[in-house]
Design a protein around this ligand. Structure first.
Ligand code: IPE
Ligand code: IPE
Ligand code: MG
Length: 256
């Protein structure tokens, strides 16, 4: 007999009674190993990963996801060899240049989570341009996490609140979850409902530490270049089997 999860793998299909997560966040991992398995340089894997980005952005928009957050480059990724870092930056530039029109046509608003100032000037410029030219798009928000680290984001937010306290705008006792939320890159956005990590590792690697506190976590062995529409649908079908209890008991949820 097939287990429940095996059944899902075989007939993963969305049905009208399923909930589409409002916000999906993805740690796109496994490009390097995907390429190494094919005896190709790591950058070959990153290039193939860009095709997955296109496919997943298109699918998410099509099925009605409102926020899609993609972890593309972490604060720690600056420690990689120079050639890999510059290769990634150049892919990013090409991607943004090529996608600007598609984003506008598909009504997708681009946002960046992370230290924009650390990016090379040419990448920063096309990023700013894309953000500006898509700012009124309402179909879906695509957050690219670039030079992003959850801890750095929290420190930045806490500093902002500390400054407001120092200049008398707020008192320390007024600081609550909402004010910290508002001081993060994701201000005004709902928390992720579903957090996916491809590539087989089961860790957060400094991603959305605050925002993911109640996200359903989904880890898959599939490496990012192989993660396409089919695999995203599978993850959403799994998500629909979860019961989000937020600290309550299952019985309490049934009477609500
Ligand atoms: C994810 O793939 C992409 C980035 C971190 C930029 P990796 O490059 O981490 O691939 P693996 O984990 O080495 O296979
Ligand atoms: C996480 O992947 C960062 C991104 C996907 C951008 P890493 O490959 O950098 O994570 P670790 O080093 O395995 O934790
Ligand atoms: Mg990795």
């Amino acid at each position: 007999m097939m287990s429940r999860s095996e059944k899902v793998q075989h007939n993963a299909q969305l049905s009208s009674d399923m909930t589409i997560p409002q916000h999906i966040a993805i740690i796109m991992d496994g490009n390097g190993r995907w390429a190494e398995a094919r005896h190709r340089p790591r950058l070959f894997g990153h290039k193939a990963g860009v095709d997955s980005v296109r496919d997943i952005v298109e699918t998410a928009r099509e099925i009605g996801v409102r926020y899609l957050t993609l972890y593309a480059f972490s604060t720690e990724n600056w420690k990689r060899p120079d050639g890999e870092v510059s290769g990634l930056m150049s892919l990013l530039k090409t991607y943004l240049r090529a996608e600007l029109n598609t984003m506008r046509t598909n009504n997708i608003r681009l946002q960046c989570l992370g230290q924009k100032k650390r990016l090379p000037a040419d990448v920063g410029a096309i990023l700013e341009q894309t953000i500006e030219e898509t700012q009124n798009c309402t179909g879906m928000t695509l957050n690219l996490a670039l030079s992003y680290g959850g801890r750095a984001e929290l420190i930045r937010g806490i500093r902002e609140l500390a400054k407001k306290c120092m200049n008398g705008e707020i008192s320390p006792d007024e600081i609550d979850e909402q004010s910290l939320d508002d001081a993060l890159y994701t201000a005004g956005q709902p928390d992720p409902d579903l957090l996916i990590r491809t590539g087989g590792e089961c860790r957060l690697s400094n991603f959305l530490l605050w925002q993911a506190s109640y996200a359903e976590l989904y880890f898959t062995e599939v490496k990012w270049p192989d993660f396409r529409k089919k695999q995203l649908i599978e993850a959403i079908v799994h998500f629909n089997e979860r019961q989000r209890r937020y600290g309550k008991t299952g019985a309490q949820l049934q009477v609500e």
